[in-house]
Design a protein around this ligand. Structure first.
Ligand code: NDP
Length: 315
């Protein structure tokens, strides 16, 4: 019998996961990661979010680690992580759809100056005289950094919403309706096209600290900025500076260097910023359970799985 241990969503969520897997794959034995009687040698697969360091190394018969999220940085943070095991990122339709919904909302929020109007509402001001010149979606150029599983889907939805869309990745891409740039040499020409920049990059040694004040200077000013990738890709002090001096007219931020964002962060109070607490895309438990079952069935059948973490690339 194949055995899956689950640590996703806190100790109280296990009964829900167990019921979902019982419906989808009755032959799967599902164990609670928090159960003190859990036998580590019995576990074939884990579905995890932030595994305690050293815990995975105890599971001597583990075949693969399934991330409860699309990112894997919370797994790689374990210094004792067994290096040879495949790590599979969370996928499925809901993950991409939620991300596309969030990014479209954020792009429209910046287009229609939502941070400005929200600030005026807080101050009970009818701030009609402050309205900046109207801009149209059809005249707005949106650039997406990262054209992977999520970025390419988000790009297609922005094209459908009438924006002019640009994309940047490590490798040259072909995405319908999207002008694509690649590699370090493509970065500045890409940025020069953008009124709004969307970061959908993973955190890797190469992307960490990539978005600086001087990089933001290449955008069409004043620009909008959306970060749904990972906080450390952006130098936060540079972001604050760019918002304060008008390089950026607004930002929608879902991910941060430190999460939860500390009360002392200047980002809470910079005008033009909307903050959400890392909620851009979190597929429902039923959708994640369906995806996990599809992955386990594929791996048990000896098939390859698309969203497998590549250690050489770092994502
Ligand atoms: P993928 O691995 O499918 O795509 C990553 C993209 O980033 C690829 O297009 C890749 O290029 C590009 N990339 C990576 N490194 C570089 C680099 N050095 N230079 C240029 N491009 C680079 O990831 P997903 O699309 O599934 O997810 C992206 C990220 O979104 C996740 O890693 C996670 O951090 C974040 N995320 C955030 C969520 C939230 O709620 N805020 C939820 C889910 C994910 P190439 O295609 O050429 O390899």
């Amino acid at each position: 019998m194949v055995c899956l241990a689950v640590k996703a969503g806190g100790p109280g969520t296990f009964p829900e996961w167990k019921a979902l897997f019982a419906d989808l794959m009755p032959e799967l034995e599902v164990k609670d990661w928090y159960d003190p009687a859990l036998n580590p040698a019995q576990i074939d697969y884990v579905l995890v979010w932030q595994p305690e360091p050293g815990r995975l190394a105890q599971m001597g018969n583990l075949k693969a680690i399934l991330s409860a999220a699309a990112g894997v940085d919370h797994i790689l943070a374990d210094p004792e992580l067994p290096k040879a095991l495949p790590i599979i990122r969370m996928g499925g339709d809901e993950t991409a759809t939620q991300m596309a919904d969030y990014v479209r909302w954020a792009v429209f929020a910046l287009l229609r100056e939502a941070p400005l109007w929200y600030g005026a509402q807080q101050a009970k001001q009818w701030a009609r005289k402050n309205a900046p010149p109207t801009r149209l979606s059809s005249a707005t150029r949106v650039g997406i950094m990262g054209l992977g599983n999520l970025g390419s889907f988000v790009a297609s939805k922005l094209v459908a919403a009438d924006f002019t869309v640009f994309g940047w990745a490590r490798h040259q891409k072909q995405c319908a309706g999207v002008t694509c740039y690649a590699g370090p040499e493509g970065l500045v020409p890409f940025l020069q096209q953008c009124d709004t920049l969307v970061c959908l990059l993973p955190e890797t040694p190469e992307t960490k600290g990539l978005i600086t004040y001087s990089l933001l200077q290449h955008l069409r000013k004043p620009a909008g900025f959306i970060n749904v990738g990972r906080g450390p890709v952006v130098v936060e002090a540079d972001l604050v500076r760019a918002l304060q001096d008008g390089t950026l007219h607004g930002a929608v931020l879902d991910v941060f260097d430190t999460e939860p964002l500390p009360e002392t962060s200047p980002l809470w109070a910079v005008p033009g910023v909307l903050i959400t607490p890392h909620v851009a895309s979190e597929a429902s438990r039923p959708a994640r359970a369906r995806y996990v079952v599809s992955v386990i069935k594929a791996l048990e059948a000896g098939e390859s799985v698309p969203l497998t973490y590549n250690p050489a690339q770092g994502y």
